[in-house]
Structures are given as structure tokens and as C-alpha cells.
Design a protein around this ligand. Sequence first.
Ligand code: S5P
Length: 376
Amino acid sequence: MTASHPTLKRTYSERASDPSTGPLASYLLRLISIKKTNLCLSADVETSAELLALAEQVGDSICVLKTHCDIITDWTDRTAKSLRDLAQRKHFVIFEDRKFADIGGTVQKQYTSGHYKIAQWAEITNAHILPGPAIVTALKAAADATVTKYNTTVHTEISASPRLSAHSGDEDVANVPEHALESLAEGEDRKLGMPAEKDRKCSIVSVSTTISTRTESISPRPSSGEHTADAFDTQASLTRLGEPPFLRSLLLLAEMSSEGALLTGEYTEKCIEIARQNRDFVMGFIAQRSLNSEEEDNFITMTPGVQLPHPGEEGKKLGDGLGQQYNSPHNIVFEKGCDIIIVGRGIVNAKDRLEEAERYRQEGWKAYISRIGKKA
Ligand code: S5P
């Protein structure tokens, strides 16, 4: 890290207003500023119901929700739809941690089609640069095609008032809040074009078709202005911020948190070089420190390998016994200059996930405030 780089002392909001910041990165920085959270939840759970319940539970405390859709055993289009609905209601951005690492032609297919169709529902994804710079340009072309298609699509909305049967007997489903289930069910109806289960009670069904030529891809970044809690009520500010622009962005894996990772030195430098050549698509890095060093760099650094030590374990080297290495939010944000902490098991395995998410949110925010040395 260049200790004196301007991004280290600037607020998220100031960085959002930088003319060189892309609309999606700008949106995310404003969202962070309004919600006062630089916490990304790594929702590494194994069923759609668990994923949605978790997002519902901690959605207010996070700015980004990170998925590994391929570890969700029952992932369908309706999982994606329900997650998008939750992201809209709880105001967070979705990051699919796909770690693409193949030739251009293959990653385009992996990104846009197959079972997961990642480009349709995840604003952010990530890639290794192992295959060379074409992985970035190929993913960008695929993202552009997805955005263009969306912007010129005929959207057919079918809404109903379905209820999953109360006797479903599925423990995970039983734990999902009702409105999350509603959107899950609604997504299924939309997919199939009819009530998904015979034991659902559907009341009024309305169909509306919109032929839209959307302009989000070229729309300017959200309106500027400081979004401090002092100035605005958080909810009002979020309403004013609105939905994220329908755009896609990439993070490059420049460093990894695991012991003995080979993403170091020259490799990391090459990663930064490729990112600079693709500033309109690459919003930042997965790295263990800020990699901004040139004056115009304003990359967002998202950092995994974060856990709060248990009382008495402060200063101890923490890991999971499988190569993962943990640092504290203070170390990552204050000392290493990173922007977003990525926390998985630290929250997912907690007895009270919301309470723990709030603890991480507060620690991450405190470290940021200390770093910039002023009130956000
Ligand atoms: O270097 C990395 C990059 C990533 S994206 N190290 C990581 O651990 N990750 C991901 O972050 C990993 O795949 C997992 O989803 C999450 C960390 O989870 P935790 O439970 O160890 O906090």
C-alpha cells in the first residue's frame, strides 16, 4: 500500500463523487456511506431457504452480499429472483464469488448461461487473471450484452398472492420469513407462468407487460450530496439513492487470504495493470491491502479472511485449519487500507447472526473512521 494515497483519507462519499468512479462503484460507495456499513456477508450456506433467511436477517447491516451459488444445492431462477427482491428491499449489492479462470469464450458462457446465469442477477463477480487479460475483456463483452438485452427486453410481470402450504414440513422453509417465501413463490409463478404448487392459494392474479428501452446503462451516477445520518434519515436517503444502475462490474483477485497463496509480487502487479486498462469494468480487487498507488486509482478493495478474535485471543494468529488466515477488521481497514470486509463463518456460525453482523459492522466502521481521521 502507498501509505499516502489520497483514497485512504477520503470518505466513501467523496470517492463516490469522483468523476473517474464508474456508476456502479459510485452507487456502492454511496450505499456504504448511507448505511454506515463496510461489511460484506459471505453467505456460504447450502440451501436457498437458508440463503434467503440469512439475507433477510442481516440485510440491514451489510452493503454487499456475497454468494457461492454453486454450493446452494437447490438453486433455481427463483432463488435468484428472491435474492434480488431482498437486495432491493434491504438495500445491498449482490456479488457472486465465481472466481472465473478460463479462456474468454468459456467464461462468457459460464457468466451468462448454464444453470446459474450469473450476469442476470449479480451486480459484481470476480476473476483470476491467470489466463491473461482477455478474461477481463471477454467478461466485459458478456456483461455489456446482458445489459443491452435487459435494456431492450419486453418485461412480463405476473403477480399473484401465493402462500406455500403451512404444512410443508421443510425446516429451512419454516425459518424463512413469510415475505421472502412470497417472493420465492412469485418467482416460480413467473418462471412457469402458472401457480407452482397445487396446494397454493392464489388470489388475484395480475399481468402487466412493459416494453421498455431502459437507459440505466448510460444513466449518470446517483445524485451527489453528503449522506450523513446527521443530514438525512437513513431510510429517506436510501429511498433517494434508489436502485442500483443495471450494470455489471468485476473484481480481480490480486491477492488471496489463504496460507502460501501464489498471488504475490509480479502477479499482483500485473493484476493492477490489467485493472487500470479496464477501469470502466473493473471496480476493484480482492486483496489483503489497498492497491491504489497511482494518482487516479480509486479501486475498491474487498478483503476476505476477516474474523474478530474471541476475548483473550487478541493478537493470536487465527485460521480455520484449512489454510484460511484471519485478520481483524481494524487490521484490514485501518492498517491495510481496505474498503470492505468480507466475513463468512464469523457471522454465519454465530448463535445470533444479526448481533454478530452488527458487531462486525461497528468494528469495520470504527476502523474506517479512524483511518480517514474525520467524521464520515
Ligand atoms: O482470498 C480469498 C478470496 C475469497 S473471495 N479468500 C477467501 O476466503 N475468499 C472467500 O471469502 C471464500 O471463498 C469464502 O467464501 C469467504 C471467506 O469465508 P470465511 O468463512 O473464511 O470468512
